[in-house]
Design a protein around this ligand. Structure first.
Ligand SMILES: NC(=O)c1ccc[n+]([C@@H]2O[C@H](COP(=O)([O-])OP(=O)(O)OC[C@H]3O[C@@H](n4cnc5c(N)ncnc54)[C@H](O)[C@@H]3O)[C@@H](O)[C@H]2O)c1
Length: 455
């Protein structure tokens, strides 16, 4: 999450703040950037993304050249027409083309002559095996690089097409290796067809990634007319975020459809269920639970997912997504356990035994399952949890742990100091308190943070 520029490393949050505080930051609403903030922009590929990007940037005052291999699209734009239907697009193209702020060409060389930024918006369609097809991107970048061979005017090449993390470094940057004037950034697009113009002008998310701070700011500056603070991130995060967003949207849709189908089968109105779910913006439609960490457990989530799976099966209802959640969790736990095994035959001090921090509930704690495997494989393990003393837990909680690991009492240490001095490596399975986190960082021992609790 760090981008560096000539003035040194800038944390993404700080960089965002700085841009947003600039006096020339202008919100959309008929106001266009001042002369100093206008850029010459070349947009490579005039498909859904490129055409909307070109028309919106032109309508906010930038001087835009669009390039496409398709003569029909180029002619359409130059006639002031949209090459396809998208609400609001033809009006923007008509206005910008007649004002001379938007021109289309089939020549990359002509388009980038006066450009400060080249936005690559070519297609990256699926290959037969599902892999991402980079043929259009490779060709567009090669054409761009050929025209930049003797370039002295600075140019930022920003990849707007959806590409895997590493593509800019492995495919794009090498093409410009001999060209000192070119910097590379990633600037993924999040528009939805049908509302693409509005999604651009009132963007939910603007992301610019790169390791060259000036290049990142140059690209972010294109969006001064958009009332959204750009997220300035690393190059690979910018590439990855588009996949994360699209996967999240697809998961949300499938979740709503599966819960809706089950509700309907049980005579419950699906809309009412989902609307009520969404009315909780603390735990449901929020950042809660959206942090990578350790596997889930406890006395509710596994039990209720099992019950849903069982009931759906009895109703002859297939819910592949919900049915696979426990398997996904088990696989996540298996990865963490394997990472602990991979540390080798050393003394492992496990920090956290309950299924999450600030509780002494051990029922279905994934840490218990992890310990069972480690002990079974002959590893020397001890464990500390600030809220667990065996003599103080009782009922189903006590029964659960004694049934799983009868000699747990011999493995538990009474204090952090004890486990810290005993262990060779500390395995962090839940978010430690600030005090314990500081001690873990300070003591210099090897740490395996499977909960990402120190991040
Ligand atoms: N369509 C969407 O809703 C959407 C939204 C966000 C991101 N994306 C991503 O944006 C990218 C573009 O998507 P799209 O739907 O606009 O694709 P598209 O197929 O509609 O447009 C791509 C355009 O690039 C042109 N082109 C290909 N090679 C070229 C070259 N060498 N020089 C100039 N032009 C060239 C093609 O002729 C075509 O007009 C893809 O990576 C896609 O995954 C799409």
């Amino acid at each position: 999450m760090v981008v560096s520029n000539a003035r040194g490393a800038v944390r993404s949050g700080e960089a965002r703040g700085r841009l947003a505080e600039e006096p020339n930051w202008i919100h959309f609403g008929g106001i266009v950037p001042s002369e100093a903030h206008k850029s010459g922009v070349a947009v490579l590929g005039l498909g859904y993304v490129g055409c909307v990007t070109a028309a919106c940037l032109a309508s906010t005052g930038h001087s835009v050249w669009g390039v496409d291999r398709d003569e029909h699209k180029v002619r359409s734009v130059n006639r002031g027409e949209a090459p396809f239907y998208e609400p609001g697009l033809k009006e923007l193209i008509r206005e910008s083309a007649s004002a001379g702020r938007l021109t289309a060409t089939m020549s990359t060389r002509e388009a980038i002559e006066n450009a400060d930024v080249a936005l690559v918006c070519v297609g990256t369609p699926s290959e037969r095996n599902g892999n991402l097809g980079l043929d259009q991107l490779r060709r567009a970048v090669e054409e761009l690089a050929a025209t930049c061979a003797n370039r002295t005017r600075p140019l930022v090449v920003a990849i707007r097409s959806t590409v895997f993390p590493g593509t800019c470094e492995q495919v794009v940057m090498p093409a410009f290796a001999g060209t000192g004037a070119v910097r590379v950034a990633a600037n993924p697009e999040f528009l939805r067809e049908g509302v693409a113009v509005r999604d651009f002008m009132e963007a939910a998310l603007v992301v610019v990634g790169g390791e060259d701070g000036d290049a990142v700011e140059r690209v972010a500056g294109l969006y001064r007319a958009v009332p959204t603070r750009p997220c300035l991130v690393s190059l690979r995060t910018a590439e990855m975020i588009k996949y994360a967003c699209n996967a999240f949207h697809a998961v949300k849709i499938s979740f709503a459809n599966e819960v809706g189908a089950l509700a309907e089968m049980m005579g419950v109105p699906p809309e009412e269920v989902l609307e009520t779910l969404c009315s909780d913006d603390k735990l449901n439609t929020s950042a809660a639970y959206l942090k990578p960490g350790f596997a889930f457990g406890g006395s509710c989530l596994p039990k209720d997912l099992r019950a849903l799976r069982y009931r759906a099966a009895r109703l002859d209802l297939k819910l592949p997504m919900l049915e696979s959640v426990l398997a996904s969790n088990e696989e996540h736990l298996r990865r963490a356990t394997q990472a602990a095994l991979d540390v080798g035959p050393v003394r492992l001090g496990v920090v956290g035994l309950a299924f999450k921090e600030n509780t002494d509930d051990l029922r279905e704690s994934p840490v218990v399952t992890m310990l069972e495997t480690l002990i079974g494989k002959g590893r020397e393990v001890r464990v500390w949890d600030p809220h667990i003393q065996l003599e103080k837990i009782y009922g189903s909680n006590r029964e659960y742990i004694l049934n799983a690991i009868p000699h747990i009492g011999r493995l538990l240490t009474a204090s952090f100091e004890e486990i810290e001095s005993w262990a060779h490596t500390l395995v962090i399975t839940q978010r430690p308190s600030a005090e314990v986190a500081a001690r873990i960082r300070a003591n210099g021992k090897p740490v395996l943070d499977v909960a990402r609790g120190l991040s």
